[in-house]
Design a protein around this ligand. Structure first.
Ligand code: ZN
Length: 381
């Protein structure tokens, strides 16, 4: 499995040749989108046969950029076709911002100095030095990370880095967690020993509430200037994401480190289930909220780098099932989950127990390593 990270750098230049290149690239992408759409072309090979000869005459850019533009166009078109197929409204994609996307054979990046050399066309180059920080150097100084593609937009340079994930170890323990608004809750199991755990998000809910209030009052104050309102709201949203994202990084880093020390697998609910249309509204909301997706994304890529196995389970009924007797409750559970068999447990922790139960039932390697005994936890409560 591959793990990807992208390194971003501010770009402060008004080099006219680079500006020209970005606009040419955008033009080729937009033309390719129209050609591929009109001819119902879906493969790079076919698009090349149809359009390459004309484009290489009309556009004096480096030849590799033309096929790179084809790839960008085809991937935009693919997303557009998928939206249409799902019955959603979608207009033919059109790239507004000047852009360049280059494969890793087309440009040179010195990993020590940050010197970047991007060809404009044959024997003509744009050069600049990327401001490398400590965080960037941890990737560039590590030869396991390979340089992937390069994306340039008018104010930014984005370098994609990729490396092979570490081979996951065979788990000797398990950490099963249910994802809630303000914490991850569940259970840690090693052999016969188990312990309830809660990993708090350090005030994420409070931050979200503050920003929600601020956004609402902004929208009210600026309701006579929609353009300004939209811009301010976007900034506000970005600020919120940064604050929340940073707290998630602390949590996910700590969790993956602990899992690795105990040689544990991390078990979370799967958010990528493609439902057959029969999903409840509550489940849909669980699967689509940003914080949930973000914390899982962070845990998953950090785990992949460290070789920590991740097991995803179907979140269906995890909040309604009794882990002791397996009965499924009807209706909403309160703060404390109660079952007719006498089982009582905090609702969020209970969901974590069910996530473990589902994983152990379907994963043999895990079932050999840990024993799921909810009865042992009963006394703790
Ligand atoms: Zn029960």
């Amino acid at each position: 499995m591959q793990v990807n990270r992208s390194l971003q750098f501010p770009l402060m230049t008004d080099n006219p040749r680079l500006g020209w290149l970005l606009k040419e690239f955008r033009l080729i992408v937009n033309k390719s989108i129209r050609i591929a759409n009109a001819g119902d072309i879906r493969s790079l090979g076919r698009l090349c046969r149809v359009a390459y000869a004309d484009f290489s005459q009309d556009h004096e850019v480096l030849k590799q950029y033309i096929s790179s533009a084809f790839q960008v166009a085809l991937s935009l078109l693919k997303a557009h076709r998928r939206r249409l197929k799902k019955g959603r409204s979608s207009s033919l994609p059109y790239v507004r911002r000047p852009i360049l996307k280059a494969g890793n054979q087309s440009f040179l990046l010195d990993r020590v100095t940050g010197r970047l050399r991007v060809p404009i066309r044959a024997r003509e180059y744009f050069e600049c030095t990327l401001p490398l920080g400590d965080w960037h150097r941890t990737f560039l100084n590590d030869s396991e990370w390979r340089i992937g593609s390069l994306t340039i937009v008018p104010d930014k340079v984005i370098v994609a880095m990729t490396r092979l994930a570490a081979r996951p170890y065979a788990p000797r323990a398990a950490i099963a967690l249910d994802t809630n608004e303000d914490s991850l809750d569940g259970v840690f199991v090693m052999g016969n020993h188990s312990k309830l755990i809660t990993v708090p998000f350090q005030g994420v809910r409070r931050i979200q509430a503050v920003h929600f209030r601020r956004r609402r009052s902004l929208a009210r104050k600026k309701r006579y200037d929609q353009r300004l309102a939209r811009q301010l709201l976007r900034q506000e949203g970005l600020r919120e994401r940064n604050r929340v994202g940073q707290r998630f990084h602390r949590v996910s880093k700590m969790l993956v480190r602990v899992a690795r020390q105990c040689q544990a697998a991390i078990i979370v609910e799967s958010l990528t289930l493609v439902g057959a249309g029969g999903r409840s509204r509550a489940l849909n909301r669980r699967l689509s909220s940003w914080p949930r997706g973000e914390i899982h994304r962070q845990i998953e890529y950090k785990a992949a780098l460290e070789g920590v196995p991740i097991i995803r389970v179907n979140p269906r009924n995890t909040s309604k099932t009794c882990p002791a007797c397996g009965a499924v409750r009807r209706g909403r559970a309160g703060k404390v989950f109660m079952c007719a068999c006498g089982w009582r447990m905090d609702r969020q922790l209970n969901a974590g127990l069910n996530i473990l139960r589902t994983a152990v039932a379907s994963n043999e390697a895990l079932a050999r390593a840990v024993r799921f005994q909810p009865g042992a936890l009963r006394e703790v409560v």
